[in-house]
Design a protein around this ligand. Sequence first.
Ligand code: GTP
Ligand code: MG
Length: 335
Amino acid sequence: RMSRRLIECRRDIDRLNAPFLAIYESLIPAEEEKAKQKQLLTLLEKLVCKEWPTARVYLYGSCANSFGVSKSDIDVCLALDDQDINKSEMLLKLADILQSDNLQNVQALTRARVPIVKLMDPVTGISCDICINNVLAVVNTKLLRDYAEVDIRLRQLAFLVKHWAKCRGVNETYQGTLSSYAYVLMCIHFLQQRNPPILPCLQGMKPTYAVTVDDVKCAYFDQVDKLRDFGSRNKENIAHLLWGFFNYWAYCHDYANSVISIRTGSVLSKQEKDWTRRIGNDRHLICIEDPFETSHDLGRVVDKHSIRVLREEFERAAEILQRDPNPCGSLFDQY
Ligand code: GTP
Ligand code: MG
C-alpha cells in the first residue's frame, strides 16, 4: 500500500483565500439567469403536458444541485408513470413538438447511454437536454444539493474544482476524463475525510427521506438544517482545502487498491467491490462509487491514456498551489 506522504502546506496559503473566494463569487449564476431557466422550464412543461397530460417535468443536474456555474446548460427529466413507453419513439415525438414551437437545434439522440433530446431556446439563449424517466438522477441531484446545505465550503470547493477541470480540459467524459458529477463526489469524499470532518455521511445516518427508484433503495438523513454546525470544528479555509484536494488526488489516493465511497463515508477496497480487473470497458483505474447505483463506477470512462492525463493535472495543480507565487492565475490556465 502506498504510504501517505505528509506534505506541509505553503506558509502563506491564507493570503490566497480572498482571491480564490473572489473567483468562486464570479462563477455564481446571476438571479436573472435563474429566472430565464425557470422561464424555459415553464415553456417545456406546457408543451409536454399538452401531449402527455400526466407527465411531470423535473430539473436535475447542476441547475438544481446548487453546483451550477453561470452559463450552464440545464438538464430536464420527463417523468411518466407508464413503464412500458418506448423511449426512442417518445423522444422523436417530443423533438417534433419542440421543433414546431420554434426551439432551435432540436436533436433526438436515441442511441446515447442516456437517450435525450437536445435543444436551444432562442428567447433565453439557454441550451437544454431532456431525458425520460431518469429518476435516479433526480434523486442524486437532491443528495448533492442537501450536502451543499451542510457547509458552504463544499460549494466553494466544487465550483473551483469544476472551473479548473473545464479550463484544463479534464471535464470531457467522451475523452476519458471525468464528469462534473464525479468531481462533486470527489469533493464530498474529500470533505468527509478531513480531520475534523467538514461533511457527515448522510447515507450512514438515520434516514428521514426514502424512495425506491428502479429497484434501488435511496435513503438518507435529509434534515440538513439540523447539521449546519457539523463542520464548525474544522477551521480550514477554501485556499487550504483546494490545496488539500489536489494534494490528496496527486499524492495520497491509492489508485491501485482504493474506491472512494460517499455512501459509506470512507474508502473501500477494489477487492470488496470486485473491481480489480477490466470487465468490458470498465477498467477501474480511478474508482468513484455512485452513492445509489453502487455497482456503478463513475471512473469507468477513464482509460490507460486519460488516467495519466488526469494524474498529471492533479500533480500540476498541487505543485502550483504549493509553490507558484501567483497560483490563482496559473491554476486555471487554458490547456
Ligand atoms: P455541468 O453541466 O457540467 O455544470 O454539471 P452537471 O452536474 O449538470 O453534470 P452533467 O450534465 O454531466 O450531469 C447531469 C446530472 O446527471 C448529474 O448531476 C447527475 O445527477 C446525473 N449523472 C451524470 N452522470 C451520471 C452517472 O454516471 N450516473 C448517474 N447515476 N447519474 C449521473
Ligand atoms: Mg449539466
